[in-house]
Write a protein that binds this ligand. Sequence first.
Ligand code: NAP
Length: 447
Amino acid sequence: MQEKIKAFMDEVRSRNGHEPEFLQAVQEVADTVIPYIADNEIYNGKNILLRMVEPERLISFRVAWVDDDGEIHVNRGYRIQMNSAIGPYKGGLRFHPTVNASILKFLAFEQVFKNSLTTLPMGGGKGGSDFDPKGKSDDEVMRFCHAFMAELFRHIGPFTDIPAGDIGVGAREIGFLFGMYKRIQNEFTGVLTGKGLSWGGSKIRPEATGYGTVYFAQDMLLTKNDDIDGKTVVISGSGNVAQYAAEKTLQLGGKVVTLSDSGGYIYDKKGIDEEKLAFVMDLKNNKRGRISEYVDQYPSAEYHKGKTPWEVPCDIALPCATQNELNGEDATTLIKNGCICVAEGANMPSTLDAVHTFQDAKILFAPGKASNAGGVATSGLEMSQNSLRISWTREEVDERLKGIMKDIHDSCIEHGIEADGYCNYVKGANIAGFVKVADAMLAQGVI
Ligand code: NAP
């Protein structure tokens, strides 16, 4: 089997050798799905996985825009349309200086499996730009978003490709992007998700990824007759996912002790309660400040510059910032300090080394494609509401979200339980996600 996996990866590497993040994501899927394909004759000899690693379409374009001083800047825009076997492409847009084809291809590839797991009819895609919204005025962000959409509009549509937010793309950016799409197309359609509540957005969409991650952690703990109540929780990031992961943790009785950004992390031994979290939300969402400012407001907390929070003792870790933010050494430290459960809110925040360390120690570990799927699932619910021209209540959406997270958890258990009873959630998520897409591809012929 190892030879088969190696031969497959050699072929993928020969085409994508310069894309380390993409190869990392493919390796993780190949390790679990190739043995499954070998055991299931219907998938044999069809090169299904080889087809799945090749994007259906990769779009790259120039985005020229003018700053407040009249200077012209050029950024690169992308949309990766990875797989549309089970529905139109769906996945976020990321605006961050590190964005490149490798990062977006890894995200688009993961998105295919994630969207399949939600049980909703959504294919996988991802896009974005190397534009950095940090330090830009609202007008500059608007001009960039308008210029970006002035090209992207021709590649997307409510039945073709429905982008959403991701790092650097929140409610403000979605508003500007939607405004330009509507202006060019002269139609009001659900072509983007994460819209404002008064113009087609779904209740609970901003909260969904963070809430869903915590629901998933709760489902995992339940398999051990345990729960979040009374647990100490370490969270990285302080953006959309981290904020709402923290909020749901508090609601379920957990104690959140850290948050971070790319500058470092804050450690509040007393716990980040509702009031402190409201301060962080205002700081990050309205003032666009840095997490280091938390200690000016709450001086008993500590700020650890240039570090990640994995050295802080905890029961549960929720990495909610970015890819590869938690390595093998961090995983060893977490386990040594008593961590029993890790649920990824971010996409691929754990390196392969870290994943293997968690699994070797047999602790509960959920990959992002399962545990953070609540965001895209609720985007799917936003699409349904837009099509039906109705708006569900907060309670209705939250119930659906909880149900979807539980279904994803059940799928992981179905395909991930190993001989000794340990649930390998990575294997479970990869196989469950693969089966639905592969079956659709087989039914549709060689495409
Ligand atoms: P966000 O609101 O832009 O927040 C991102 C957070 O991560 C910020 O605190 C940011 O700090 C930090 N961060 C970004 N790059 C970093 C780096 N290189 N090193 C350390 N910290 C870094 O984005 P988000 O929506 O919360 O997304 C966070 C993660 O969740 C991403 O992996 C995203 O793909 C994933 N995700 C998001 C959704 C969603 O619905 N939003 C759904 C599924 C998965 P700075 O402010 O210093 O940059």
